[in-house]
Design a protein around this ligand. Structure first.
Ligand code: IPM
Ligand code: MG
Length: 358
């Protein structure tokens, strides 16, 4: 059966990096992968074309697709818009409308890039951790929210951190299932010493752990986790945490690997339908220059092959092709170090496609 993949390039460097990921997909298709590609608008690009960051048509295509491949959204051009019309709302809307509650953000250090990390090579060598971030709940979506005017005339902003037991249970299960296929260690990150909501989080995660006797569970407060990630990141295997803590810790974990441009992510529902995107943003400062790193998006294709399209061998093939171009010494500007060859976005994409067949 043919799989439908919706391609949403988005804004900034999105279209440039997506063009390379699509080349990889097309190359796999000509080798027999049975997929149909469709294209749509999201984010600022959609706002400019139709006045909304998530047009009905895009949502319809996304619902009908097996997987969505997304570039990046946002940029200074849209920052002054009302928050409901900003590009980020397109992304948040897709996550929530598609029920993509589990966000998987691996932080893997390629040995070839050890010197690109801002930490000492021995602290990060061999780093391989997975952040499982809850993605459709918590303070990002909690009600009530807004800005109101108080009796004394000043304004007050408010958001709500809320998690039900079932929301905590299902994300915990995802984390434990992934840990079973990795190092069998889960660290649940919360702020249970201050926030009742995350006290419940801790309790429910501990209950779920009983169904996974082979996995060891630890708990850590988020401030300590932020510190441990830069002190001794290799202590972690799988980290499971709330939407906002996961947002913050995943940027931190990404940087440990030397380049945020390298890292893919998956956002999946219970049936493994998913949206795949690099974890970096739209990088408006370098958009249109042809220098952005397409590897995060290409590795997102690998995650899509593994988690939604059920093609683990092809996923591995894409990952090996990325490693091969790194071993050839090819580097985009963000991961460039002395002695390597600096290449642009399209050259990097072409090198990966060549390595796929190498
Ligand atoms: C991310 C981003 C998004 C988030 C923004 C763009 C809404 O930072 O995917 O981590 O906060 O979730
Ligand atoms: Mg983020």
């Amino acid at each position: 059966m043919s799989h439908k993949v919706l391609v949403l390039p988005g804004d900034g460097i999105g279209p440039e990096i997506m063009a390379e990921a699509v080349k990889v997909l097309e190359s796999l298709r000509s080798d027999g992968l049975d997929i149909e590609l469709e294209h749509g608008l999201v984010g600022g690009a959609a706002h400019d074309a139709s006045g909304t960051p998530l047009p009905e048509n895009t949502l319809r295509l996304a619902r009908a697709a097996d997987a969505v491949l997304l570039g990046a959204v946002g940029g200074p051009r849209w920052e002054s818009l009302n928050i409901a019309l900003r590009p980020e709302k397109g992304l948040l809307g897709l996550r929530s409308e598609l029920g993509l509650f589990a966000n998987l953000r691996p932080a893997l250090l390629y040995p070839q890039l050890a010197s690109a990390s801002s930490l000492k090579a021995e602290v990060v060598a061999g780093l391989d951790l997975m952040i499982v971030r809850e993605l459709t709940g918590g303070i990002y979506f909690g009600q009530p929210r807004g800005v109101r005017v108080l009796a004394d005339g000043q304004r007050e902003g408010f958001n709500t951190l809320v998690y039900s037991e079932s929301e905590i249970r299902r994300i915990a299960r995802v984390a434990f299932d992934i840990a079973m296929k990795r190092g069998r260690r889960v660290c649940s990150v919360d702020k249970a010493n201050v926030l009742e909501c995350t006290e419940l989080w801790r309790e429910v995660v501990s209950m779920v752990a009983k169904d996974y006797p082979q996995v060891s569970l630890t708990h850590m407060y988020v401030d300590n986790a932020a510190m441990q990630l830069v002190r001794a990141p290799k202590q972690f295997d799988v980290i499971v945490t709330t939407n906002m803590f996961g947002d913050i810790l995943s940027d931190e974990a990404a940087m440990l690997t030397g380049s945020i441009g390298m890292l893919p992510s998956a956002s999946v529902d219970a049936a493994h339908k998913g949206m795949y995107e690099p974890i970096h943003g739209s990088a408006p400062d370098i958009a249109g220059k042809g220098i952005a790193n397409p590897l995060g998006t290409i590795l997102s294709v690998a995650m899509m092959l593994r988690y939604t399209l059920d093609q683990p061998d092809l996923a591995l093939r894409v990952e090996r092709a990325v490693e091969a171009v790194l071993s050839q010494g090819l580097r985009t500007a963000d991961i460039h170090t002395n002695g390597c060859s600096r290449v642009g976005t399209a050259q990097m994409g072409a090198a990966v496609v060549a390595a796929l067949h190498g």
